[in-house]
Design a protein around this ligand. Sequence first.
Ligand SMILES: C[S@@+](CC[C@H](N)C(=O)[O-])C[C@H]1O[C@@H](n2cnc3c(N)ncnc32)[C@H](O)[C@@H]1O
Length: 442
Amino acid sequence: MRVRCPNCGSESRLPANANVRSHQGSSSPDGLLPCLWSPDVALDPKHRPQVPGAPSSTVRKDWRKYPQEAHLLDIERCRYRRLTEDEIAIIQGFPPDWGKGIGLTPRERIAGLGNAVPPPLSAALFRALSLTLGDDLRTAAEICAGFGGLALGAHHALQVDAVALVEFWEAAVRVLRTVRAWKPACVHLADVKTFDWDALADRVDVLSGGPPCQPWSQAGHAKGASDERDLLGEMPRLVTRLRPRAFIFENVPGLMSPTHRPYLERLTQELRAAGGYGVAVGLVQAADYGVPQRRKRLILVGIKDRPTGAAHDFFDRLYQLRTHADPSKALPPGLRPWVTLEAAIPGWRSVSGWRRWLDASAQPSHLTMNDQNKQDGPGAGTSSQKPAERRVPAMGLVWPGRDHAIEWRDSSWTVVPKIDNLASEVAPLMPLTPRGRPALDP
Ligand SMILES: C[S@@+](CC[C@H](N)C(=O)[O-])C[C@H]1O[C@@H](n2cnc3c(N)ncnc32)[C@H](O)[C@@H]1O
């Protein structure tokens, strides 16, 4: 990819997926305001600008706290802006006005959206379940319903009759009560642990939900079962009480980490014993289902009175339902490349709020590659470079953080993504056999 600097007219060649470029002594020809962040914020390694030509990285509820991770970069014009709440809704696979106009604060809306299962992924989950069971699933109950992403997918795929959506966050309940896909009366502001489930016993075809994932998140404290927010451990008891024909639980991939894997294996055994369920666990990539976002999710599925192989079949079906694939690899026949932000948000250029993303005067001029190596570890710079070359000049420097490196290219210092890191970030998430076997069968 060739990028021309609008200030000095120079051209640079960058990798196709490069998303940051630095320039020396650039000014602001388009009258945009400079960045209002302090350099500390602007240079925070957590800053992961989103680029129009690729899917977003994972939307996090923490984007309400760290908006610097939710910035859209306009490479050609050296500017950036915050993603709007409506754009975040789109990136999560919702209509742009999801949760809008009911008095939620921007933080509440971003948090609820960031927590959700993208409805296109959810629809694929329920379609795969229906195909596996081979008959209709008519009723559904949802625990920890959040902003309703999982429940909306169930509605889109199967038109199920939602008999209960249980959620104890008042803001989310307000959103759920505006959704026409189910009756407001079936939305309960209640704690899953104390809700009266016995009234619904044998009346639910599918039980689904996303118990809080913080205990397992690799970004969190990963306290697992000792975390008081752990609801997963309650699921075998709930399944025993409700006796659904099938269940789908969604969580973060951290649950498969070596630390938590024994817990996951124990949980899987308990779920199998909760009424003769065939149970399997797999990882899915939301971008494979048309969502403009790379988002890995762990899926735990159980099917009553069927062997474990039936749950394997679910993952086969799910795999076959993919509509998109990683364009950096050979595209399987019939699949389209992952949806980019540009395609998902065609009006992204016209949204206001752009700032110059490099404020040369605000950046420190004394950073050297040694400083960078301290932050980024070995390999970020090359020891064969002469000291003079290794000094990063006084330019609009973007601290590369863990995802980027500074390279000397075309006679200037350029911040480029670390290709290895990008590759691992977008690596196939459902390490499947050709038939689509799940990653784990504990
Ligand atoms: C990961 S989000 C679920 C997102 C949802 N599946 C969606 O697609 O929009 C987890 C939700 O569980 C809710 N929650 C956590 N513990 C709960 C409990 N004990 N009872 C009810 N809701 C709970 C949180 O408020 C949060 O909204």
